[in-house]
Design a binder for this molecule. Structure first.
Ligand SMILES: NC(=O)c1ccc[n+]([C@@H]2O[C@H](COP(=O)([O-])OP(=O)(O)OC[C@H]3O[C@@H](n4cnc5c(N)ncnc54)[C@H](O)[C@@H]3O)[C@@H](O)[C@H]2O)c1
Ligand SMILES: [Zn+2]
Ligand SMILES: [Zn+2]
Length: 384
């Protein structure tokens, strides 16, 4: 089959790989109809996620048709159209029982933090992902969800990560009615977080990035007040000024460890690798939120320490929350929001790229060219 193949930092290509097979009675094989490239894939692409092995196929945002099921699978059958959440979850362990599907203790048993994730390095279990014609889906009875008749495939694929992650970012913020919410990052996740902040009762939503076309998109879609951090000068000072010198009630980090914006962070974290990435947005979030406020982190950071002002967290009495989104937990509610038109996920998809052109897709999305918000890869057999 055709599959994306990681060859080392900033080198990916399309290749022929063996089709995946059922390895366990709980497995399913899914023929891919759509798979997105995510901001999370860029951390892999840039070589900044530990134990990303040459030969791996990325891709954790997938929907498709069930091709085959293992003997133990009861909830799916061949021919079903499914969306496959990015978390691989057993459904039974102590964390899955608490609906922490992103922290499954079985699907990534060597790890103490994240659970299994499709196509996300051996740090997240070493599973091949869905930027391919087929993907093996473990624990097939647990997370894969039948796509309802009324739901468009483009909406379905956005339900595997972007919509739940944006929603959970807002949810973890503990937003109270009237709150001022600041979202760092106007990528698909930040844009969705800003949209969802309103659902929790925000009174004012601000989005900060430095890429104009993304800020314009966020302004119209969320909708939100938007600012280019390069024009703000001191971002934290600006946030204080615009909130009567109090600070924002909630700050959301939808950027992660490869932030731009401060030369020192970039030098230490991205160029010299002395710390685990550049946590510039997280710094601004911690310093720009009010005393007693909440910082919600969905931007991805590795296991290595980053430079964050932890003293300010203590002295300001902040609550820090973060996680990989628990997609399965949120799906029922979010399906309703899509059905009722409260959230329009596919509006974020700007590019439909043939799977064969995956290398170009990564290049474009990584460099934020051609006004790209969210690219979707489409395998040849799904294009007819
Ligand atoms: N926790 C989860 O479950 C989960 C799921 C999906 C994605 N993520 C993470 O969320 C983050 C965003 O994902 P995405 O797909 O939107 O990525 P993206 O790369 O499309 O967007 C990131 C945006 O952040 C902006 N940015 C960079 N530095 C900034 C700064 N200092 N301040 C403000 N904005 C800055 C960039 O210009 C870019 O527009 C990534 O770290 C990704 O790994 C987490
Ligand atoms: Zn993703
Ligand atoms: Zn589990």
């Amino acid at each position: 089959m055709l599959a994306m193949n990681y060859r080392g930092p900033r080198r990916v290509r399309i290749d022929q790989k063996p089709e995946p097979e059922i390895q366990h009675p709980q497995d399913a094989i899914v023929r891919v109809l759509r798979s997105c490239i995510c901001g999370s894939d860029l951390h892999l692409y840039n070589g900044s996620v530990p134990d990303t092995r040459v030969g791996m196929t990325f891709g954790h945002e997938v929907c498709g048709i069930v091709e085959e099921v293992g003997q133990g699978v009861e909830n799916l059958k061949t021919g079903d159209h499914v969306l496959v959440p990015f978390n691989i979850a057993c459904g039974k362990c102590v964390f899955c029982q608490q609906e922490m599907y992103g922290n499954c203790h079985e699907s990534n048993p060597e790890a103490t933090a994240v659970g299994g994730i499709f196509g996300y390095s051996h740090t997240a279990g070493g599973y091949d992902g869905g930027q391919a014609e087929y993907v093996r889906v473990p624990y097939a009875d647990v997370s894969p969800t039948i796509i309802p008749e009324w739901m468009d495939l483009d909406d379905a694929v956005m339900m595997t990560d972007v919509v739940p992650t944006g929603y959970q970012a807002a949810e973890m913020g503990g937003i109270q009615p009237g709150d001022t919410v600041v979202v760092f990052g106007a990528g698909p996740v930040g844009i969705m977080a800003a949209r969802c902040a309103w659902l929790f009762g925000a009174g004012r939503v601000i989005v900060i990035d430095h890429i104009d076309y993304r800020l314009e998109f966020a302004r119209d879609y969320a909708p939100a007040e938007v600012y280019d951090y390069k024009e703000l000068g001191d971002v934290v000072l600006f946030l204080k000024k615009t909130t009567d010198w109090i600070g924002a009630d909630v700050c959301i980090d939808a950027v992660g460890a490869e932030a731009t914006g401060r030369a020192m962070q970039t030098l230490l974290g991205k160029q010299l690798h002395l710390v685990g990435g550049a946590a510039t947005a997280l710094q601004w979030a911690i310093n720009g939120v009010r005393k007693g406020g909440v910082v919600s982190i969905v931007g991805v950071y590795g296991p290595i320490g980053t430079l964050v002002p932890i003293g300010n967290v203590v002295n300001k009495g902040l609550t820090l929350r973060g996680n990989q989104a628990s997609v399965k937990r949120l799906l029922p509610r979010l399906m309703e929001h899509v059905r009722n038109g409260v959230i329009d996920p596919k509006a974020l998809i700007t590019h439909r790229i043939p799977l064969e052109e995956v290398a170009e897709g990564y290049r474009m999305f990584s460099a934020k060219l051609d006004n790209c918000i969210k690219p979707v890869l489409i395998p040849p057999r799904a294009r007819s």
